[in-house]
Design a protein around this ligand. Structure first.
Ligand code: AHR
Length: 674
């Protein structure tokens, strides 16, 4: 097994450190239970959610139909007309016994202007149809109920529609039918359900028409019935479960760069993402073209997963909601447009209204909207982010306006400010100096760098100013190659480097109050950005080694940081070892995390001081692998995962062997402190 140091670009640092070590010596770690140095905030380890890599549409949002409302640039993207195999119908296509036409009612309906019109003359089943390909196929599971729905409009009833799910060879996996019976000028909804007979990862949905006349269709949808909490139009339960298992302290949404938009017109606007899905105005996803990796020309944000659902998700998984809003600035890597200061009001108002939407009582305008959506109780929002990766004087100027308006109306709401896209350099220094003057409660730092940076920066906050804003480590991920490289891997090497860094965050929990890995999700066949915490396809999902690192820290969060010292010093890379420790006052346990970034096994003796007696055995959870390059995958989802063992405790001493290239979490029950 290669050592982590050996594969690092700047191997000198680690090699030097390693050369000073004596691989045979037992290391003594003194853990001082009765000397707590900081409180661990309940928010400490959380989730960063962004619709990148098909994380929402085609991902956690369980809709199986791609382009259900015909609003993609190509109105028939995702659809084919059956039996003719055509992908785009500019205005009208004559085929067999009917025609299809895309109609745009944009003067009357700006949010959802297009629909499809079917005209047919006595068609029989099988001779005229529409087929949807899903997101690189549809994942269909045996014995699961599938709920079809569509909106329709017709002057006279004349059709029966047969809906079927089929496998990649066209074999039927279940079907139903609907007879749209309402007529007139209004739109109506019709639904039907059936149970799938087989499992298939690359299925499709066909709709066959039978009958006569003209019918307009929109919002053609099919959802599995086994969504998270069985909510209709809900989320994939396997993916939400992976989030819930993290026991996250917060969930940040909806990004990321999509908050900013490439231009202001495509910024994220939360008010357009709530209410009936047919009224949520779809926009192109900025990751559609942002990065050359695997361009996804049909990647749109339907906002089926919108702000109400984000708040609901936060509540479901016990995480504090943490919305980030546009601050009147488009992405500075793209157009860098800004809204003029005198036209900033609508942006600020969006923030104030969001707080009312989340927390206002049902007699307020936006509290009433929340209640109408099915949640009269407040969501108890405590913090809000102003801007994502924004920087420069133009950001400071706008942030101050937001801060004043929010604090005047909602003094208890904590504000999270951006520190730009970098964690160092001129722009960062300028911004952090300015932020010191206006003191937002949190500043959001993002770190994407090579593993050695993470090892080296385990001490980043050891001497940090304790008098200013708290740190939100809002986006971190070790890059095995370089930022935005397609070669980046979610391997053991990056996971161990991140774990070393996280010991530093934990040790400094008085100043670092929140941390999240980014990005969160990626489709194996539709990603733009690597690495990512959780990968999935149509039927499967797995956590990366990086996921398990975040989970180990989050599930072993504790309540108070205590010193874990070797020779009276914190372990920040001596002999390639990193450590942090907490106690959990609720469960009366001491929890020690040790990261070994070398290829040497180490014997460690943990001396637990300041406690009367310890309970034996201690649990010892180890995350390691067969090589630093090892990764999890759809085929081997748990090649690397934490393994739990136990070890006997002798008095106040615990002897363990720290495996090479590993993360170890030791949990010991305490009887009472001295
Ligand atoms: O996590 C991917 C992107 O990285 C985020 O959208 C952005 O905030 C950062 O630059």
């Amino acid at each position: 097994m290669k050592s982590l140091a050996a594969i690092l670009l700047f191997g000198l640092y680690a090699a030097t450190t390693f050369s000073q070590s004596n691989a045979q010596a037992k290391c003594m770690i003194n853990v001082k239970v009765d000397k707590p140095v900081a409180t661990v905030q309940p928010t400490m380890w959380g989730i960063f959610f962004e619709d990148i890599n098909m994380g929402a549409d085609g991902g956690i949002y369980a809709e199986l139909v791609k382009n259900r409302s015909f609003e993609f640039y190509k109105p028939l993207a995702g659809w084919t007309v059956q039996p003719a195999d055509i992908s785009y119908v500019p205005f009208q296509k004559q085929f067999g016994e009917g025609t299809v036409m895309i109609v745009n009612r944009q003067e009357k309906n700006t949010a959802n202007p297009r629909f499809i019109r079917i005209t047919a003359n006595n068609v029989s089943k099988g001779s005229l149809g529409l087929s949807n390909e899903g997101f690189d196929g549809m994942g269909i599971r045996k014995n699961v109920q599938y709920n079809f729905s569509m909106m329709y409009h017709q002057q006279a009833a004349g059709f029966k529609l047969y809906i079927e799910l089929v496998d990649s060879t066209g074999k039927n996996l279940g079907s139903t039918s609907v007879t749209p019976s309402e007529s007139g000028n209004e739109w109506h909804k019709v639904s039907a359900s059936f149970v799938a007979t087989s499992t298939e990862s690359k299925g499709r949905m066909n709709i066959w028409f039978e009958g006569n006349g003209v019918i307009d269709l929109d919002m053609i949808s099919i959802f599995p019935g086994d969504t998270w909490k069985n909510r209709s139009g809900g989320m994939r339960s396997d993916l939400v479960q992976l989030l819930a298992d993290l026991k996250p302290g917060f969930i940040r949404f909806p990004g990321g760069c999509i908050v900013e938009g490439r231009e202001l017109s495509t910024r994220y606007q939360w008010k357009k993402t709530i209410g009936p899905v047919e009224e949520r105005q779809l926009i192109v996803n900025r990751w559609n073209t942002e990065i050359v990796n695997r361009p996804a020309p049909d990647y749109f944000q339907t906002f089926g997963l919108g702000f109400f659902e984000y708040f609901q998700l936060a509540e479901d998984i016990g995480a504090e909601p943490l919305p980030i809003l546009n601050c009147g600035m488009a992405c500075q890597f793209n157009t860098a447009e800004v809204a003029p200061i005198e036209q900033l009001d609508p942006y600020v108002q969006d923030a104030l209204d969001l707080i009312e939407f989340a927390n206002g009582n049902v007699n307020t305008k936006w509290g009433a909207v929340r209640a109408q959506l099915g949640h009269p109780a407040p969501f108890n929002l405590k913090m809000i982010g102003v801007g994502n990766e924004n920087w420069g004087p133009q950001y400071v100027e706008r942030l101050k306006i937001f801060q004043k308006a929010i604090k005047e109306k909602y003094p208890a709401i904590k504000i999270i400010a951006s520190t730009g896209a970098m964690y160092e350099g001129n722009m960062f220094d300028y911004l952090t100096a300015e932020l010191k003057k206006i003191k937002p409660e949190f500043i959001d730092e993002h770190y994407y760098n090579r593993p050695e940076w993470f090892l080296k920066n385990a001490t980043r906050y050891d001497n940090y100013d304790r008098g200013g804003s708290k740190i939100f480590a809002g986006e971190y991920a070790a890059q095995s190659d370089r930022v935005v490289s397609t070669e980046n891997k979610n391997n053991l090497c990056t996971a161990i480097a991140e774990a070393a860094f996280l010991t530093g965050l934990e040790r400094n929990a008085d100043v670092v109050n929140m941390a999240s890995y980014a990005p969160l999700f990626a489709r194996v066949d539709g990603w733009q950005w690597k690495p990512d915490l959780i990968w999935f396809d149509n039927l499967h999902a797995y956590g990366t080694p990086n996921y398990y690192v975040q989970k180990l820290f989050s599930n072993n969060k504790g309540t108070d940081v205590i010193p874990a010292l070797m020779n009276d010093k914190p372990l920040t890379g001596q002999d390639s070892l990193y450590a942090s420790a907490v106690i959990d006052k609720n469960t009366k346990e001491v929890i020690i995390k040790i990261v070994n970034s070398s290829s040497n096994e180490r014997s460690a003796s943990l001396m637990i001081e300041g406690v009367k007696t310890l309970r034996s055995p201690a649990s010892v959870t180890v995350l390691t692998g067969t090589s630093l390059e090892e990764e999890n995958s759809i085929d081997s989802p748990e090649a690397i995962k934490p393994v739990v063992q136990s070890t006997n405790v002798k008095g106040s001493e615990i002897n363990i062997t720290v495996k090479p290239n590993s993360v170890t979490v030791i949990r010991i029950g305490m009887n009472s402190s001295k």
